[in-house]
Design a protein around this ligand. Structure first.
Ligand code: NAD
Length: 252
C-alpha cells in the first residue's frame, strides 16, 4: 500500500503535524503534495525543502477562514492538477489559546477558533469536493480532531468545542460523500510535542505522559501513519470513523 499516483492536499502544512503529514506523503510516494497554509514564508520553505528531496511539492496560500481565499485556492488546484485524491484538513488555530476557564475566554477568540477550526474545515471541504469526486480510486478526507474533545479537557472550551464539531462533521460528511466514493475519517491526537504546544504548562504535559497506556511523550511521527492509512486507496471502505492516536490516553 502506498500513495503512488495520488495528489494530496494538506492544509496548515507549513509546520507541525501538517508538515509531518506532507513529509509522510512524500515517503509514501505521493505523485504531488500541496502544502497549503496562511503562512506564506513557512509554507514556501516547507514545500521547497520537500522539493529539494525530489518531491513534486507545491505551496499554495489559503486562509481557511476566508471564503474568497478558499475559492481562489480551489480554483488554483483545479487549474494546476485537475483533481484531488486526498485532503488532510489539518489547518487550525491550535496554539496559544489554552489555560483560560470558560468564564475567562473572550467572545472574539471564541469566534475566531470556531471560524478557522470548524467553518474553515467546512469551506475547504465544500470547495474541494468537486475535485475529490474526480479522484482516481476514490477520494479521501482526513480531518484533524483532538482527544481533548473526547476526555473533556478543561480550560480550553472553544478549542474543545471546535474539535467536537470536527468529529460530528466527519460523520455527516462520510454519509454525504460516501455515494461519491469519498471516505471521511478523523484522527484525534493527544498532546503532541512541537512548536504549538511549547506554551502548554508542564503540568498538562505530565498529565498526558502519566495517563497514557504507553507512558511517554507523543511526537508528530506518532500521528502520521494513521493519517496516511486513511489516504490509501485500499482503506476506502473505512469511513466516518474517529481514531484517537494518543498512546491510549483515552479510548474511543
Ligand atoms: N499539537 C497537538 O498537540 C495537537 C493535538 C491534537 C490535535 N491537533 C490538531 O492538529 C492540527 C495541527 O496542529 P499543530 O500542533 O501542528 O498546529 P500548528 O499551530 O503547529 O500548525 C497549524 C498550521 O495551520 C496554519 N493555519 C492557522 N490558521 C490558518 C488559516 N486560517 N488558514 C490556513 N492555515 C492556517 C498555521 O499557519 C500552521 O502552519 C490542528 O488541527 C490541531 O488542532 C494538534
Amino acid at each position: 500500500m502506498d500513495l503512488a499516483g495520488r495528489i494530496i492536499v494538506v492544509t496548515g502544512a507549513a509546520r507541525g503535524l501538517g508538515r509531518a503529514f506532507a513529509e509522510g506523503c512524500w515517503r509514501e510516494k505521493a505523485r504531488s503534495i500541496v502544502v497549503a497554509d496562511i503562512d506564506e514564508a513557512a509554507g514556501l520553505a516547507t514545500a521547497q525543502e520537500l522539493a529539494a528531496q525530489g518531491a513534486d511539492a507545491h505551496f499554495l496560500h489559503v486562509d481557511v477562514a476566508d471564503p474568497a481565499s478558499v475559492e481562489a485556492f480551489a480554483l488554483a488546484l483545479k487549474t494546476r492538477f485537475g483533481r484531488v485524491d486526498g485532503l488532510i484538513n489539518n489547518a487550525a488555530l491550535a496554539t496559544g489559546i489554552g489555560g483560560k476557564t470558560f468564564e475567562e475566554i473572550d467572545v472574539e477568540t471564541f469566534d475566531r477558533v470556531l471560524s478557522i477550526n470548524v467553518r474553515g474545515l467546512w469551506l475547504v471541504t465544500r470547495a474541494l469536493a468537486p475535485l475529490l469526486r474526480l479522484a482516481e480510486g476514490g477520494g479521501r478526507i482526513v480531518n484533524l480532531a483532538s482527544d481533548t474533545a473526547l476526555w473533556g479537557a478543561p480550560r480550553l472550551l472553544h478549542y474543545v468545542a471546535s474539535k467536537g464539531a470536527v468529529i460530528s462533521m466527519t460523520r455527516s460528511l462520510a454519509r454525504e460523500l460516501g455515494p461519491d466514493d469519498i471516505s471521511v475519517n478523523a484522527i484525534a491526537p493527544g498532546l503532541v510535542i512541537g512548536e504549538s504546544t511549547e506554551y502548554v504548562p508542564q503540568e498538562r504535559h505530565d498529565l498526558y505522559v502519566n495517563g497514557r497506556a504507553i507512558p511517554r511523550k507523543q511526537y508528530p511521527q506518532d500521528v502520521v501513519s494513521a493519517a496516511l492509512f486513511f489516504l490509501m486507496p485500499e482503506a476506502g471502505f473505512v469511513t466516518g470513523q474517529v481514531v484517537p492516536v494518543n498512546g491510549g490516553f483515552v479510548f474511543n
